[in-house]
Design a protein around this ligand. Sequence first.
Ligand SMILES: *Cc1c(COP(=O)(O)O)cnc(C)c1O
Length: 373
Amino acid sequence: MKEERTIPFVDLVRQFETLRPEIEAAVTTVMKEASFIGGPHLQRFEAAFAAHTGTKHAVGVGNGTDALYLTLRALGVGRGDEVLVPANTFIATAEAVGLTGATPVFVEAREDDALIDLDKAGARVSSRTKAMLPVHLYGQLVDVEGSKAFAEKHGLLFVEDAAQAHAASKGGKRAGSFGRAAGFSFYPGKNLGAYGDAGAVTTDDADLAARVRKLANHGRSEKYGHELEGVNSRLDGLQAAILDVKLKHLDAWTARRQTLAERYDQLLGDVRKVKKPVTHERAGHVHHLYVIRVDQGRDGLRAYLKDRRIETGVHYPIPLHLQRAYAHLGYAKGAFPVAERWSEEIVSLPMSADLSEAEQDRVVAAIRDWSKM
Ligand SMILES: *Cc1c(COP(=O)(O)O)cnc(C)c1O
């Protein structure tokens, strides 16, 4: 039997090969100009990213966690406050809250799409709740009108965690433009990824953008005039120049992900034991991840695929309320049964714009073989 190539979960090497001349030129330019911190590449990328998102301002920061943290801090969230966060997300969503001194308050997931369940969020609101931080999980927008109405009803700030949802859209508006502000991550494996850590905040609010920029740059707006104690969390010139190159490809990559997701849906349609993800609007979902559910034998399926050189992931295997990091908040197993069941049954299949159809066929054939066992 011929040795088959490993199908990586996300193929960043193949992506680089398609971009090599553009990336090398951009990197060389930054080196030649020595515009490492701040400078024209950062400005150009910020303007381009704001335009792409449909917001007035984008502020580059060091990573997606800081994008959320600095946004909350700039909005005045801090000690004594509570912020609603979905139970099933990457820990960064909750860390951003904790970093401000506030407490994350977890909310149950919806049964069909794993997004935050607004019907169950009301019971989580207290007199201390100051903001809500829903996550456009896997690249699918949360109920944005519902979130807005919920925030208004309870007097909360609505901030989007858009780390997985670059260009996800509804009614012509894109992720990052629905809330008061949004945090994006450009972690390498995200739909728009840097070659290292990077992130951005988007907002229409000029004052808020200026406050985030100041906080991210040692609390200053001039070289040695520090108005408050901030942090060092800047998007550097090299990453900005790389992101500026990649942003021009994002729409094509998104379309490719959508094609692949639709193809997975079709090919897996009649496979026993496998539940396909629920996609509310094909054109608006950017499929950062393609997540299937299996009632039983999730780990067995993953091992079966691994033996056939197919990498998979689980996003996420432990819901945040059951993480040791949040043991002090006192949640018990069973607190959020829907989120808990998701964590036991999900498998993320290989998904990136660089996945070939032949590779996708191999993934599906292996799942089909496993399902017959
Ligand atoms: C990746 C991610 C983040 C954090 O991004 P970093 O750039 O890794 O700090 C935040 N929230 C979600 C949902 C993410 O997937």
